[in-house]
Design a binder for this molecule. Structure first.
Ligand SMILES: NC(=O)c1ccc[n+]([C@@H]2O[C@H](COP(=O)([O-])OP(=O)(O)OC[C@H]3O[C@@H](n4cnc5c(N)ncnc54)[C@H](OP(=O)(O)O)[C@@H]3O)[C@@H](O)[C@H]2O)c1
Length: 259
């Protein structure tokens, strides 16, 4: 299926590795011009070369901290008119909620709620004027099924989801959609480091933690960044214009609810 996004400009935040990289690769395969981002410049340049080689797409790499105003300005300046915005960022490290200081709470809100809102504010009027816009927020399955130790992550992402639920209805008339992708367990550095941390705490091996994780998922495996990117590309497609304000779990059936 031709997704109808050839030549569109896609800004994918935090995309040098993991889920963001999967989204950037999938959008580039569909012919979008992609702006990718991460703080480690060497890693980012390597990813840009890989995406170019795999897709032939125009790839612009901006090394910047997306949680800062300067970083966001650098991304927006490089992108110009943004047709597709994929909001993504690092997640807060796991912590007992009692240990979260005011500063850590504010940093979590900045990274996973206020940063995506600022980027939406920056790009949305242009999308409305041009009568095309696709905004996706990479949040987490923990929005629907809280995980202890990730309370700040869940709270900030639920705040973002609630904020943008209202915004989505204000721009739907202009073919601008806002949706959320909720990863369960997708095979990335983040999941590998969480498993290593759990292993260190419990005295088990990281592989034992991976086995335990996979046994609890109905699909009996973790997902891939490619699968995640494919879902992203479809929700950014011309055909997805009637899907807005939704949260799509990508979790191999791990969430046990009916709805
Ligand atoms: N993987 C999963 O199964 C899963 C499940 C639930 C939720 N999530 C959430 O989904 C998001 C992406 O996860 P992931 O698994 O893809 O993580 P990852 O493999 O650790 O990749 C994170 C990416 O974000 C970049 N990044 C981090 N902080 C940044 C910042 N301040 N500015 C710019 N770039 C930044 C990293 O590059 P640099 O380090 O070079 O900056 C890297 O490219 C996270 O918020 C995570 O909590 C993931």
């Amino acid at each position: 299926m031709d997704l109808g996004i050839t030549g569109k400009t896609a800004l994918i935040c935090a995309s040098s590795r993991g889920l963001g990289r999967g989204c950037a690769m999938a959008l580039a395969k569909e012919g979008a011009r992609v702006i990718i981002n991460g703080r480690d410049a060497d890693r980012l340049i390597q990813t840009a070369a890989e995406i170019r080689a795999a897709t032939g797409a125009e790839v612009i790499a901006i090394a910047a901290d997306v949680s800062t105003k300067e970083g966001r300005n650098a991304l927006l300046t490089a992108a110009g008119e943004v047709d597709i915005l994929v909001n993504n960022n690092g997640g807060p490290p796991p912590a007992d909620f009692r240990e979260l200081t005011h500063e850590r709470l504010i940093a979590g809100l900045e990274a996973n709620m206020l940063t995506p809102i600022a980027l939406v504010q920056a790009v949305i009027d242009g999308m409305v004027e041009r009568h095309f816009g696709r905004i996706l927020n990479i949040t987490s399955a923990s929005v629907k099924m809280p995980l202890s130790g990730l309370d700040l992550s869940s709270g900030a992402r639920i705040g973002l989801t609630g904020f943008l639920a209202g915004v989505a209805r204000q721009v739907a008339h202009a073919n601008v959609t806002i949706n959320n992708l909720l990863p369960g367990s997708i095979d990335t550095d983040r999941i590998r480091s969480l498993d290593a941390r759990l292993a260190a705490e419990s005295g088990a091996t990281p592989q034992a933690m991976r086995d335990k994780r996979e046994a609890a998922i109905p699909a009996r495996r973790v997902g891939t960044a490619e699968e995640f990117g494919s879902a992203c590309a479809f929700l950014c497609s011309a055909q997805a214009g009637y899907i807005t304000g939704q949260s799509l779990l990508i979790d191999g059936g791990a969430y046990p609810g009916v709805l």
